[in-house]
Ligand binder design. Sequence first.
Ligand code: FAD
Ligand code: NAI
Length: 467
Amino acid sequence: MKYDLTVIGSGPGGYVAAIRAAQLGMKTALVEKYDKLGGTCLNVGCIPSKALLDSSEHYHNAAQHFENHGIGVKGLSVDLARMVERKQEVVDQTVGGIDFLMKKNKVDVYHGMGSFVDAHKIKVEDGEGKTETIETSKTIIATGSKPITPADFNYDKKRVITSTEALNISKVPKKMVVIGGGVIGLELGSVFARLGTEVEVVEFLDRIIAGMDKDCSKELMRSLKKQGLKFHLKHKVTEVKTGKNNVKVEVQKRDSEEGFTITADYCLVAIGRRPYTEGLGLENVGVELDEKGRVKVDEHLKTAHDDIYAIGDVIRGAMLAHKAEEEGTMVAEILAGQKPHINYNLIPGVVYTWPEVAGVGKTEDQLKEEGIAVKVGKFPYKALGRARASTDTDGMVKILADKETDEVLGVHIVGARAADMIAEAVAAMEFRASAEDIARMSHAHPSYTEAVKEAALMATEDRAIHI
Ligand code: FAD
Ligand code: NAI
C-alpha cells in the first residue's frame, strides 16, 4: 500500500494527527504496536488514572464528608477490584471510540511494531513475527514515552511498580512509598491515600509539583497532608530492595549522609518519563536525538529528514496529551500547506488531586528570573460563597499581571474544579487580556469562577469585593 502519510504510534498525538490528515484529504495509515489504540493516555495514563481518582474521591467523601452534610452511611466499604474493573470499562469504551473514529475517517490501521526500512518504507511486524511493508511519502513519529526506572530501584512490576501497574492493584495496600512528588506520584498517591493506604512520598527537591507556581505547591501540600499523605522533601531514594511481599526503600537526606529505611507493601516509582524510540530504525533515516534521547525537531516539528516529523512525548516540551494533540494537528496542517502555530506558553498544566491544581503562562519565579515586574492578585477559596456551600474551601486563585500594561502573564489555581476553570485563563491570555478585562467580565454567582474575577480585581487595583 502507498500512503501520503503514515503515523507511527496511536496515542493522543498520533491518532489526532491521523484524523486531521484524513480530514485534509491525505491517504493515511496509523501503525500501533499494541492491540489497542490510544497509547499511554487512553490505556495506562490520563483516562484510567482519572477513573480511579473519581472512584476513590467518592469513597473518601462518603467516609469523611457525608456526615457533615447530614448523610449517614452504614457499612461503607471499598471493593478495589470493582473500581479497577470499572476503570477498565471506561478505558475499553474510550479505546473503542478511537477504533470508530479511524473507520469513520478512513484511516488504515496496522497493528505491529513500526520501523523505518528507509524514509519512505515502513516495516510493520506483528507479535507473531509476521511483517508487512507500507510505502509512504511522509511519516510522523508519535511513539510517546515510558517511565524512568533506574536499575537500583529494582523495578519488578510486582512490588516495585510504575503507574502502569499501580492502575491494576486489586487490594488496598497497607503502605506505599512513592518516589517522586510530581504529577503521577501525587495523583496516584492520592488514590491510595483516600482508600486508606499509608502513603509516604520521597521528593528530591524542596517542594512538590516543582514545575508549577510555588504558592500552588505550598497550598497543595497542606491539603494533601490533611488527607494523610506524608512527605520527605529534600530526600532521595538510593536503593529499593524487594522481598516476597514487601519492599525496603533506602532513603537518604539530599544534603547529608543521614538516612533511614521505609518498609512498605509497594514502592511506586514516579520520577519522570523518557522518550520512547527503541526499535524504530531511526539510524536508517538519519533522524537525530538530542541529549535527553528525544527526537530532535525544528520549529515546524520536522526532524533531520525532510519527510519525517515527530510530535508528543517523544520530542521536547511538556509531556501532556493536549500538547501532543495540538502538535498532531499542526503537522497534518503543515503537510497540507497551511501555516498553523502553537503558543507553547499557553498550554495549561493540571494536577487532578483534590484540590485540583491548574496553571497557565508563567509562574511568579519565572517572571522574576526574566526581570518582568508584575502585580500579583490572589483570592482565597474560603472567601467564596460557592466554596463554602460545598465545603471545598481549600485553595486560591493567583493572577500575575504585567506591572506596566496590566496584561495577564500567568494564572495559577489550586482548588475545586481548577482543571475546568483554567480554560477561562487560557482564552483570556490567548486574546492578550488585561487583568482589568477579566475583572470587568460578569462571572456567574455563585460559582468558583468568581475567584478568578476577584483575583483579577486584586491584580488590577487591589480592590477585591469579598475580602
Ligand atoms: P503515547 O500516548 O505514549 O502513545 C505512543 C504510542 O506509540 C503507544 O501506543 C505505543 O505503543 C506506540 N508505539 C511506540 N513505538 C512504536 C512503534 N515502533 N511502532 C508502533 N507503535 C509504537 N497527560 C495529560 O495531558 N493529562 C493527564 O491527565 C495525564 N495523565 C497521565 C497519567 C499517567 C499515569 C501517565 C503515565 C501519563 C499521563 N499523562 C497525562 C501524559 C499523557 O499520557 C502523555 O503526554 C500522552 O499520552 C502523550 O501522547 P503521545 O501520543 O505522544 O504518546
Ligand atoms: P514529574 O516530572 O512530574 O515528577 C517527577 C518528580 O520526581 C520530580 O519532582 C523530581 O524532582 C522527582 N525525582 C526525580 N528523581 C528522584 C529521586 N531519585 N528521588 C526522589 N525524587 C525524585 O514526573 P511523573 O510524575 O513521573 O510524570 C511523568 C509525566 O507524565 C509528567 O511529565 C507529566 O507531564 C505527565 N503526567 C501528566 C499528568 C497530568 O497532566 N495530570 C498526570 C500524570 C502524568
